[in-house]
Design a protein around this ligand. Sequence first.
Ligand code: HEM
Length: 416
Amino acid sequence: MSASSPGSPAVPGHIPPHLVRHVDLWEEISAAGQDAYLRAAALHQETPPIFYVPRLGYLPGAWVPRRAEDLRTILQDPETFSSVGLAPFAKLLGDNWKLIPLEVDPPEHAKYRALLNPLFTPKRVDAQEEKIRARASELLDRFIPLGKCDFNEDFANEFPTLIFLNMMGWPADQAPRFVRWTQTIVKGMDMQQVTDAVREVRNYLRERIAERRAVPGDDFTGYLLASEVDGRPLSDDELLGTCFLVFLAGLDTVASSLGWIFMHLARHPEQQTELRANPEGISDALEELLRAYSIVNMQRTVTREVRLGAVTMLPGDTVLISTELGNLDPEKYGCPAKVDFHRPDAHVPHMAFSYGPHRCVGSHLARRELRIAMELWLQRVPPFRMADHPVQARASGVFGLEGLHLEWSPVMGATV
Ligand code: HEM
């Protein structure tokens, strides 16, 4: 049995009608543009703690828990809420590799995760600090004297891509290709173009893996080739799935976060002034910005009947894990939509990098990239503001911004 309203896909019979919200959540949030997060915060006043949307972007229909505590419960119970089979990429090509370790549930997950952990420790990130700083600075050199930039084009897309290529041991001149691939895969609406881009990335990664197999080397792929799970080397599909995930997880996430953070700073000159005068405050400010502008939406599939709050979920149901909603929960944070670098509840952990076994392995690297970007911009770029250019919010798996242009009074000779 199923219920539906005109223009909406069918709703499974076990979903109580009063919990169904016949609005595409992401369209609703995107429509608010620059104020997308105010719209997301308002949902806490307008919806039950767990509701159901029959259509959500590319997803057929999903439960949407909005309370941080419910989201934590789900993320910490991977037996009931599974990550297996969530990503469509291999299926688009008719392949059957998976994103590792993202699409692997515990206890198997831990074996693969243990391979990645040592590559992303704070110490490993420290070792990259100077390179990260240099890459950001080189990008700034190109446009500071112009007094303006197209933020995504000129900075946000390329910066994490250059760090990624350096980490993988691949040439920096591949950056434009990787930016194009990321943009197509993350934002593409044309399935043929998305499929073509996924195929090109897969082929590129397979070539790099084959090269390293032939000539061992001391880079990311070389490390994975020398690694073992269950006393055996990783298969080509496992190597591909791991490299594909790091590519997918590490580029657009940082670029999108940068967009929201810098739009916020551009709209709040008084907070720029504060951080310019007190750069030691940047780390705390970044945590608050990560909370207030959290970007990642994950999914889980229910594996067994489960009761959560007032709701019964059945095997096969999809659950949306919106880190935005979790981080804007008024039960957790006072005035959650307000970006307050000195909030009294700053000690309450946020979930921008998730909880549980799949918690972001790249969080130290991501934080370092974001902090360095903030430090260098505030040090080198005069007070910046938004240019007169339309900005669009993109609410989907990763929330981002299109068309962010910034401007400032050009100061020739601004240096590091
Ligand atoms: C601001 C930037 C970033 C944000 C907000 C972010 C957020 C997240 C979140 C929420 C998850 C959990 C996914 C889930 O539970 O299903 C995750 C997982 C992951 N992230 Fe990040 N991430 C960022 C940057 C990075 C970077 C720079 C890398 C590496 C270069 C990276 C690598 C990964 C990997 C490999 C996983 C899967 C971990 C696992 O399944 O055990 N992330 N990230």
